[in-house]
Design a protein. Structure first.
Length: 382
């Protein structure tokens, strides 16, 4: 099937184009042409203004639709989580399993393994923990914080058919272990860590290439020790994710991070929980009820427990509250996470040959239509 989408400003992943049509043939983008140069064999679908961008990419999704992946590590729940994010334009996600028992981790990775070829929105898995510094465990339960052993390595060595992100505290593993994890093809990020500048510099030599939810659950800058935040700013070759719900990080620090990291090295993650596209403001986490209040999800100790935003919210907040240019804000939810994960050759850009994953939204950042692999999965609404 051949289709031409017109009537919206196109965001390619890097810049805006006006008076252009996006050509779709089957699952892929066939090209971009002037609106007066659409080939006759393409059926025209006119959009009502707004912006048409690549579908959003979220590399840290804990849940959605009332489901938390740790609590329900099965096919049905995974598909509910995926659909809840598709509704808001996130067409590619990394379901995230937080620190838990080895049995739960095994179930989560088994589900991903079984479903990776059945759902184009599924990129792989983000394993957040349990190899953390207890000092910065956040809401991750202390009983599940662990060290790498043969059982974990046996599980990891079987994860060779899809991308894997592993967030850990570099000071809690050996360089030999880090090198082995890197040899498996994992993307390895520092998070929930109190590592020093020197420890991080050494880890980066052997495979660490990112920082998870910058500023949160990590050592902060002081006069005599850059710690984790300062190191993330200083090591230009590394990437960093950041949560832009305006609760996890102050807007001025989000802007500072944008200025400090090289272009393409800072990207948005939602760290979203079960509340996404679901009417209930609370859910169970580690046998405890956590609740959303005024956009914040907190546990009984008052600790932040993930977020209740999706990538379209992050774009809106970054642009409206953090003084980040709109082109950069959208790129931080599309092209840049794709580049970090190594999938920008087929998603994250409006480019000939790329998969036609698209989000159409207006100037108020309401998502009207969504396409996955060329198929419209959410229809335009007023």
């Amino acid at each position: 099937m051949k289709k031409a989408l017109t009537g919206a400003k196109l965001f390619t992943g890097e810049n805006f184009l006006e008076n252009k049509a996006l050509l779709i043939e089957d699952k892929n983008i066939a090209g971009i042409v002037g609106e007066t140069h659409i080939p006759k064999d393409f059926k025209i679908q006119k959009l009502n203004g707004g912006m048409l961008s690549p579908g959003f990419i979220d590399l840290q999704v804990n849940g959605g639709g009332g489901k938390l992946f740790n609590n329900s590590p099965d096919k049905e729940s995974l598909n509910i989580i995926i659909k809840s994010h598709q509704y808001f334009g996130s067409t590619s996600i990394m379901p995230t399993v937080i620190s838990d028992s080895l049995n739960i981790l095994q179930k989560c990775t088994d589900t991903i393994s079984n479903e990776i070829n059945n759902n184009d929105s599924l990129l792989g898995v983000h394993i957040e923990g349990p190899f953390f510094n207890v000092k910065y465990r956040g809401v991750h339960q202390k009983q599940y914080i662990n060290t790498i052993n043969a059982s974990y390595l046996s599980l990891f060595e079987k994860l060779d058919s899809f991308p894997v992100m592993l967030t850990l505290a570099p000071e809690c593993i050996s360089i030999k272990q880090l090198k082995h994890l890197k040899s498996l093809g994992f993307k390895i990020l520092a998070g929930h860590t109190d590592a020093s500048y020197d420890q991080l510099e050494e880890a980066i030599k052997y495979g660490l290439d990112g920082f998870t939810h910058l500023f949160n659950a990590m050592g902060q800058i002081s006069a005599r020790e850059p710690s984790v935040v300062g190191s993330a700013f200083d090591f230009d070759e590394t990437s960093a994710s950041i949560i832009v719900d305006l609760h996890h990080v102050h807007p001025s620090l989000i802007n500072l991070s944008f200025k400090q990291k090289p272009k393409g090295k800072l990207f948005f993650v939602s760290d979203s929980m079960a509340t996404i596209n679901h009417g209930e403001p609370s859910f169970e986490l580690y046998d405890e009820v956590v609740s959303e209040s005024n956009g914040r999800i907190i546990n009984s100790d008052g600790k932040l427990a993930g977020s209740s935003i999706t990538q379209i919210d992050a774009i809106k907040n970054a642009y409206q509250k953090c003084k980040i240019p709109l082109e950069s804000a959208i790129a931080m939810a599309t092209l840049y996470p794709a580049q970090y994960l190594g999938v920008s050759h087929y998603i994250g850009q409006l480019k000939q040959g790329h998969r036609a994953d698209l989000a159409h939204f207006d100037s108020n950042f309401k998502v009207h239509s969504v396409w996955l692999s060329g198929k419209q999965i959410k229809e335009e609404s007023s």
